[in-house]
Design a protein around this ligand. Structure first.
Ligand SMILES: C[S@@+](CC[C@H](N)C(=O)[O-])C[C@H]1O[C@@H](n2cnc3c(N)ncnc32)[C@H](O)[C@@H]1O
Length: 211
């Protein structure tokens, strides 16, 4: 059945009560692929790691199990999402291990070259332009830092019969890699596989010099 447009709009930018309900359901729906992205990133205990478009913030709780002495950052454009992320991770915030920012992913309030690792899951569909976001990802990463981008690729599971195409834009790995390369983000790993029955692509991009 096609996802109704009003539900899709909350996946893109959750707001209010319905946004909160959708975020609560999303935790279960996306936890396996977030775990897989964290495995691919393989963060070290002392790293600074950011979850871009964190939504409910569940991935930050999982990252905290590995990043035990470093720093975690979560960003999202939705204040409703950040409220959920704040509630879920209250202890981490209180202990100074996590900071959350309400901002767009192409305007992240983090100094340049300070992030060791990043993940961004199920966010690229909603970006009208990839360029400014990937330029920002490259800016905040340290040299040799990595970002894992996890997304559903174009295919039968993501057809316009199932997802409103004025909200979701399913992009190929090639389109994303071509954009990333312009900003010195080079693919170091690519996987397309089913995670919990969902066809997913994971791209690990490493910051090197712009070629
Ligand atoms: C489908 S949810 C995914 C949440 C989480 N990453 C996960 O895998 O469950 C997409 C999230 O990305 C956020 N988002 C979408 N576009 C964004 C942008 N341009 N800047 C910051 N956040 C954005 C939305 O507000 C939403 O919380």
């Amino acid at each position: 059945m096609k996802k109704p447009k009003f539900i899709a709009a909350h996946a893109s930018n959750p707001k209010g009560l319905l946004g909160r309900l959708i975020l609560a359901g999303m935790v279960r729906q996306t936890s396996a692929e977030n775990d897989h992205a964290i495995e691919i990133l393989a963060p070290e205990a002392s790293w600074t790691v950011i979850d871009i478009g964190t939504g409910h913030g569940h991935a930050l709780s999982r990252l905290a199990k590995v990043v035990t002495s470093g720093k975690l950052v979560g960003i999202d454009q939705s204040e409703t999402a950040l409220q959920a992320a704040r509630r879920r991770n209250a202890a981490l915030i209180e202990n100074g291990r996590l900071e959350l920012h309400c901002c767009a992913c192409d305007d992240i309030p983090v100094p340049s070259g300070t992030v060791d690792g990043a993940i961004t899951l199920h966010t690229v569909y909603f970006l009208p332009r990839l360029d400014s976001a990937f330029a920002e990802f490259a800016r905040i990463l340290k040299p040799r830092g990595s970002i894992v981008v996890g997304f559903r690729p174009p295919g039968p599971q993501t057809s316009p019969d199932l997802f409103p195409d004025d909200v979701y834009r399913f992009r190929s790995a090639e389109e994303i890699m071509a954009c990333a390369l312009q900003y010195g983000l080079h693919p170091s790993e690519q996987q397309t596989l089913k995670v919990a029955g969902k066809q997913m692509t994971f791209l690990k991009l490493e910051k090197r010099h712009v070629s």
